[in-house]
Design a binder for this molecule. Sequence first.
Ligand SMILES: Nc1ncnc2c1ncn2[C@@H]1O[C@H](COP(=O)(O)OP(=O)(O)OP(=O)(O)O)[C@@H](O)[C@H]1O
Ligand SMILES: [Mg+2]
Length: 620
Amino acid sequence: MEIIDSIIKVGEVIAVRGRSVEVRVDTTKNASHLLFRGELLKNVSVGSYVKIAKGFTYLVGKIEGEFIIENKSDNDRIYHNYQEKIKRVLQISLIGYLEEGLFKQGIKELPLIDNEVSLLTVSEFNLVHKFVQTGEETITIGNLAQEKTKSIELSVDRLFASHIGIFGNTGSGKSYTLAKLYHELINRFKENKKFQTNARFFAIDFNGEYINPDDTIDDDVLIEEKYKSVYRLSTGKSGSKKRYPVSLTVINDEHFWSLILHCTEKTQTPFVSRTLKNDFLESNIRSNSGFLNLVKQALETITTKITPNQEKGLVHSFLDELAKFGIINKVNGLSALIADYKRNLSFHSGNRNYYYGTTYSNTPAFVQEIIYRKVDALTPDITELSEIQVIRLKILFQFYYEIHNGFSNKEHIGPLMGRLDDRVAELEKVVKIKTSNDRVNLLTVVSLKDVNINMRKVLPLLICRQIYEEKKREANKEKYLNIIIDEAHNILSHSSDRESETWKDYRLETFEEIIKEGRKFGVFLTIASQRPSDISSTIISQLHNYFLHRLINNKDIEAVEKTISYLDKVSFDSLPILPRGSCILAGLAAQLPIIIEVGRVNDQYKPFNDTMILTKHWLD
Ligand SMILES: Nc1ncnc2c1ncn2[C@@H]1O[C@H](COP(=O)(O)OP(=O)(O)OP(=O)(O)O)[C@@H](O)[C@H]1O
Ligand SMILES: [Mg+2]
């Protein structure tokens, strides 16, 4: 190590209190930089670093505060200069040491009183900010905020094989940072065949920031269009142009339906579960003759097992319901049957029976002539029904079967039936059954901007669950999956009362599992949010790398403080005053927390999140 010149010497240690060390500054060095052997050094100031020589060891400390004390013992002397009367003292927190040309984090020894303190040379300063080892693959994400010439390189392995959290108030630059990270990463490796086969990135985009709003031109947000699959989902009138492919297993999963149908835990969820497990339904619903059997059975049950409060028009409402979603066109004769029943079939409230002409429903002739014979005359072609429609029909048949046999209470299941049509319609607008043609590209972006609130809550969960489960089952150690969720409070917020318990449980299970177990299966999560205090602390505390943008709310700062215990005071205090695009980087990828300025993303790849410039639209 080079001999310390008087130029870079700062002062001596005057107090050691654990990690915290006080240093008396020799001369007042007020310039922000000093010239030393042709190199520009940053002078002492809060937030910068110094080294303390103890024998042959160099300890490195960060300046956390600076103050002056009066030289009381010299009170009666006559002063020539004000500077003699005061001592300038730096408060330093030890962060590591220099050894064999490397900076190491941690405290090996403590300094002694009178140990010399000096500035870091440029090469030492670089060592402290060198977060990558030789030979490691890196990406550059920006530069040090304090020392703009120092660019910050991070290890790809340590950053991306980790769960990442990006937090900050609105407009502080989270989405931009997220875009920078993933653009740099994907851009760096995109041409590699192995990367193309082994890596998958999955972005849930609540606000449509990661897609080009104009879908007629190339969409290069984050990365060029050819590396992406983009789903612009919409529950609007005409639905999505390209629907998201879900697997058959998911569509037949009872949790999926209880989420979609917003089921109550005690009665509706078990009802859905029974429906999907019902073998009789399954064996009949896929064939035309089976379908007729189910219709016959339902009509027979409704007309012969009368419930105490049975509505008069129940047969009609059942058939109307059955006919929906295009079934009316797939079953030849159905509309005629509906018209026939409407004209001729009535309910006798006195003796609580249906009658058709003179045939009453409590006679065998009614079932044979009025139901079986008429239903058998229908010619359905329902073999092309979508899986979602199949399940809708199952729910419908199960409902009438259970209510009329007294297995379920109409008050309990009725509300679910009320939601069924809307939810099925919405679902059909956004998802379809996955086929072998649905190739998954390097990056998948699912935009939920035009999706209604119900689907916004449910879809991301289902999609994340599906891709996580698939990855888990695949059990291929070479494959990597990164799930990126911007505006994560939309689904991870724990304070919201709007959602059902089923939904909350499912969410907790999904995301806490990914956070806790994902690493083993090569699944990592990146979440960005404005309200870290809103997100379950189990999730926040298990993230490995944090990008902390400006946070103003005390609760949010506390949430971060509680979970990221190694963040130092200077970094903390700077949280509310960080400018846009600057953030504290802390975690595995950086050996000490630093404030960085996130570098520019080329306009072509930038997310669509510009803050509106009012006067541009107001001045003529
Ligand atoms: N490092 C940066 N360099 C240049 N511009 C930036 C940088 N970071 C953010 N910006 C700009 O600042 C604006 C707001 O950034 P951004 O949308 O990323 O904020 P945000 O934290 O995601 O906000 P919100 O919570 O509302 O989504 C954008 O116009 C973006 O282009
Ligand atoms: Mg954003």
